[in-house]
Write a protein that binds this ligand. Structure first.
Ligand SMILES: NC(=O)c1ccc[n+]([C@@H]2O[C@H](COP(=O)([O-])OP(=O)(O)OC[C@H]3O[C@@H](n4cnc5c(N)ncnc54)[C@H](O)[C@@H]3O)[C@@H](O)[C@H]2O)c1
Length: 233
């Protein structure tokens, strides 16, 4: 949901216009679109990617796609009407909007680079609330400037805090918009902090009482890599 809110709120400089005292609706509307009728795809369909697919249901998208080496259980994919695309270039070429929801690991660092961006549908939108380094910083800014993508939004940066001159702070599309960057805070609402605290408490209690941990909380157990989420090894 965070991704969608970012898209709606921050892709056009509407709020800055209000602060300036202006009211030029046509300036905003010339680059504003609905999700209805669009093809939306998630790169990564784990806990967050799947929930994004669920939350996209009321928007009447034309089609929902996902790219993940781990296929969703058939019933889960059917319940959200999502189609898996196995080839990454094929996946991005079909999407009007790509939302990135996979972890950063050696297989995803710089995955969205100049070469892959050329395979995106021209004028597509990218929402990256996963990890900044999944996208190549300069390739994103260049693709935005030349109109290969129409917008880029997210709260994650390849360096955090982002330096003052980080190009993602100020990059724009040719209409002067298309930038929805915010500082990394989507997981730090007061409600989320309470969830983190409770989750940490449960992990510690399991540990001190010799109870098994929930599988999704284990990346390395007994010296072995156990998670399936951080790349195929
Ligand atoms: N912005 C924030 O504050 C914030 C908050 C929470 C999580 N995150 C990010 O979101 C990521 C996803 O979280 P999650 O809970 O859904 O994780 P998850 O482990 O439940 O799911 C990750 C999915 O990505 C898939 N994946 C891994 N490598 C892939 C690749 N190369 N190509 C396609 N799919 C791939 C995995 O198979 C898995 O299905 C986290 O790793 C984290 O980096 C960001």
């Amino acid at each position: 949901m965070m991704s969608i809110l970012l898209l709606v709120r921050n892709f056009v400089p509407a709020h800055e216009m209000i602060e300036r005292g202006d009211w030029q609706v046509s300036e905003i509307a010339r680059n504003a679109f609905d999700l209805e009728g669009k093809v939306v795809g998630t790169l990564g369909a784990g806990r967050i990617g799947y929930r994004v697919l669920q939350r996209l249901q009321p928007f009447n998208c034309k089609e929902l796609l996902y790219y993940d080496y781990a296929p969703l259980p058939a019933t889960a994919a059917e319940s959200v009407g999502a189609r898996r695309v196995e080839d990454l270039k094929e996946f991005v070429s079909q999407c009007d909007l790509v939302t990135i929801n996979c972890p950063l690991h050696e297989g995803t660092r710089g995955l969205i680079n100049a070469d892959l961006l050329n395979h995106f549908k021209k004028g597509a939108w990218i929402v990256n609330t996963a990890r900044g380094a999944i996208c190549d910083r300069d390739a994103i800014a260049a693709a935005l400037a030349r109109g290969q993508i129409n917008g880029y939004a997210g709260d994650v940066w390849n360096v955090q805090p982002a330096p003052r001159d980080h190009v993602w702070r100020t990059m724009k599309n040719h209409l002067g918009g298309g930038n929805g960057m915010v500082p990394h805070y989507s997981g730090t609402t007061l409600d989320a902090q309470a969830r983190y605290a409770n989750g940490t408490k449960t992990i510690l209690e399991n540990y001190f009482q010799n109870r098994p941990q929930e599988p999704q909380n284990i990346i390395v157990g007994d010296g072995r890599y156990e998670s399936k989420a951080y790349g195929q090894r």
